[in-house]
Design a protein around this ligand. Structure first.
Ligand SMILES: NC(=O)c1ccc[n+]([C@@H]2O[C@H](COP(=O)([O-])OP(=O)(O)OC[C@H]3O[C@@H](n4cnc5c(N)ncnc54)[C@H](OP(=O)(O)O)[C@@H]3O)[C@@H](O)[C@H]2O)c1
Length: 389
């Protein structure tokens, strides 16, 4: 089986290398992988494991295929996926997997482990521990009980000094400090901007761009499934109908109770608390109420705008109160304008005043893109700084 994904990208990179040598007038953004310790050489392939091959990673695979040229040309990023895992097992091929063929294979309903070209590996953790790779991308189902199986995989990769990018909130919620310590001790990298509002760079802004600020309050609509449901219920749809649409689009969690009962939003708030506010919060520190209690309220007849609001509020003693609850917002409230598939976050600070970010995210594409963003940042000398956080 040919490497239909890799070969054109590498060939293209060679063409650009030759073009660069013959022309210096073309505008070129910085190529951050020039100095990548993992890749060593400009535009040499970055070897990647994908843990999970569901909605997010299939979108990521599609991005890697369709953006191969621009990633190589503008970012010096030539990805080579060497291993993939799903619930049926794992597959490893050091020379690189044919990603397009693997997508077609998965689309037919089979496990990646049954793909004919590669070595079968029992599971994601074994692959993580035994394969050779530069970068681990983890997008397995959210498990808020113990963060597994993602947590063990992230720890194993960081112990080997690898770069780790997570879309899965579980590991960060359960062991933010431990994962950071492993990354520091073993020279690995850890990035997880996709865990909070998918493509919206909430964590990057909060960690990097609010230098010197006291953050009085962070409040946001962090869960698009419930936001879509509440928006549609206001227009007469039932909760069950709106949830079915969110599931069809690949936005809802595998276990939709995590969305409906507010736990997904609470997990994101815990990540913001740890990574942005410097608070070692756990899920038990959040007062959580979901939207299921609104199922029988005729939101369609009301002028009220209901939103599931996650909020971290700084108290007089410097601690933060963490809450997730449905709220009836005045129509001029900035979060009342966050409708349907949108998510939004407000930072209220002292020296940067008040900032508002919003994204319209109608599927897993932007989350997959956020993993790509984290991957490229992780392989440069430019990780998101987080002094004392
Ligand atoms: N979807 C979004 O828009 C979004 C946004 C932000 C964050 N996230 C997070 O990203 C993660 C993935 O989301 P998703 O929508 O891609 O989920 P998904 O479609 O349910 O895909 C999950 C993938 O993980 C695989 N898997 C399940 N158990 C496994 C195991 N023990 N070992 C290895 N692989 C296993 C599944 O295998 P099978 O294919 O065999 O079922 C599937 O390929 C979740 O943690 C979610 O919270 C998702």
């Amino acid at each position: 089986m040919g490497l239909s994904f890799l070969t054109p990208a590498q060939e293209q990179a060679e063409k650009w290398r030759a073009k660069d040598e013959s022309s210096s007038s073309v505008f070129r953004p910085p190529s951050p992988l020039l100095a990548s310790p993992q890749s060593g050489d400009y535009r040499s392939p970055v070897t990647i494991l994908l843990l999970g091959f569901g909605a997010v990673h299939r979108h990521l695979a599609h991005i890697l295929l369709t953006k191969a040229d621009v990633l190589a040309r503008d970012w010096g990023f030539v990805p080579r996926v060497v291993g993939v895992a799903d619930s049926g097992g794992a597959l490893y091929r050091p020379a690189g997997l044919d990603l397009a063929a693997l997508l077609t294979h998965k689309q037919s309903g089979q496990s990646v482990a049954a793909f004919p070209d590669g070595e079968r590996v029992s599971d994601a953790l074994t692959l993580t521990q035994e394969a050779e790779y530069d970068l681990l991308l983890e997008a397995m189902p959210l498990n808020l009980r113990d963060g597994e199986p993602g947590l063990s995989c992230a720890r194993a990769a960081l112990r080997r000094g690898k770069a780790v990018v997570l879309a899965d909130k579980g590991p960060v919620v359960h062991d933010y400090a431990g994962l950071q310590a492993l990354a520091r001790t073993h020279g690995g990298r850890l990035a997880f901007s996709a865990t909070v509002c998918g493509g919206l760079p909430v964590l990057n802004l909060g960690r990097r761009d609010l230098v010197g600020a006291t953050i009085h309050r962070v409040e946001g609509i962090l869960n698009s499934t419930t936001n879509y449901i509440l928006s549609r219920m206001r227009r007469g749809m039932t909760l069950a109908e709106a949830l079915a649409e969110a599931q069809r689009r690949g936005i809802a969690e595998a276990d939709p109770r995590l969305d409906l009962e507010g736990w997904d939003a609470a997990a994101k708030l815990v990540i913001i608390a740890n990574a942005v506010l410097g608070v070692p919060a756990q899920l038990t520190d959040v007062t959580v109420e979901g939207i299921t209690g609104l199922a029988d309220i005729p939101l369609g007849d009301s002028q009220a705008v209901y939103r599931l609001v996650a909020r971290a509020t700084r108290q007089a003693d410097g601690r933060y109160r963490l809450t997730v609850a449905p709220e009836r917002l005045p129509s001029d409230h900035v979060l009342a304008g966050v409708d349907d598939w949108q998510m939004g976050v407000v930072f209220e600070t002292d020296i940067y005043e008040t900032m508002f970010l919003k994204i319209d995210e109608r599927g897993p594409l932007a989350t997959a893109a956020a993993m790509l963003r984290d991957a490229v940042h992780s392989l440069t000398a430019l990780p998101v700084p987080s002094p004392a956080r």
